[in-house]
Design a protein. Structure first.
Length: 256
């Protein structure tokens, strides 16, 4: 959706719920993880040890609802959908989290692969979930993350079907964006990741492959949500999968 980041956040704040894929093209998007202060070091350790899945873009002071990635934005209400976690369970999805935010909470903003999709399409690489107007499919894999403090769990990946003759181009383009997951982790056989059926994603929507497409998998910022389930914190907040925080940072800022 070709609107500015500020306009997108305004619409989300007003109650619009939608996947943010290709909203505000040209600007980076971010995953959100919010944990109590006493668990913040452990989560930072987990992120540092699993940087492909959890590339840190910003960390707030305890209680702060703002980020340097979008001055003036409110992390409590400027995403289209949030998840609320209690003791490792997602107990609700909500349009905002104003009523449950406290001075004890630390917010982490993590890179999101939606950021490099404009570069893919500009190079002529089709992005099927954009063509099909749905969310990107995401899968829990059999690969275990490296534990960090109380956080552990399986890696989650996003999948984009890429025409075989454009896979090398997709790898080259996305490798320029290490701060938003970078190059693919795996190309081809989903069974090698423990994925049994590409038509049944764990998060997001199934996408239809075109003849000649090869499944390509990137590390995904939903990985921390699996780690929250394992950590069983009394309370936490995340974005709903595919419903990201749109920053004011141009996507090329994260390109190398």
């Amino acid at each position: 959706m070709p609107v500015s980041p500020a306009e997108a956040r305004k619409r989300f704040r007003a109650g619009l719920r939608t996947t943010t894929a290709f909203w505000a093209p040209g600007f980076a998007q971010a995953n959100l993880v919010v944990v109590p202060r006493e668990a913040a070091f452990d989560f930072m350790l987990f992120a540092q040890r699993n940087q492909r899945a959890c590339p840190l873009l910003d960390v707030t002071e305890p209680g702060s609802t703002v980020t340097t990635l979008a001055p003036g934005a409110d992390l409590r209400r400027d995403l289209p959908a949030y998840r609320i976690w209690e003791h490792g369970e997602c107990v609700a999805e909500a349009p905002d989290v104003i009523g449950c935010w406290s001075d004890d909470l630390v917010a982490f903003l993590l890179g999101c692969s939606f950021t490099f999709e404009r570069a893919l399409t500009s190079a002529g690489v089709p992005v099927r979930h954009l063509e099909q107007s749905c969310n990107v499919p995401m899968f829990v894999t059999s690969i275990q993350c490296r534990p960090g403090g109380r956080f552990s769990g399986p890696l989650v990946v996003s999948m984009r079907p890429i025409p075989a003759d454009l896979v090398a181009t997709a790898v080259q383009i996305t490798s320029r964006y290490p701060a938003v997951h970078g190059a693919p982790l795996h190309i081809g056989n989903p069974a090698a990741l423990g994925i049994a059926d590409l038509s049944k994603p764990d998060f997001g929507d199934p996408v239809t492959c075109v003849d000649g497409d090869i499944p390509v998998f990137w590390a995904c910022g939903v990985t921390p949500q699996m780690a929250l389930a394992y950590a069983q914190l009394p309370f936490a907040i995340t974005h709903a999968p595919g419903h990201m925080f749109i920053t004011d940072v141009p996507d090329e800022t994260y390109a190398i």
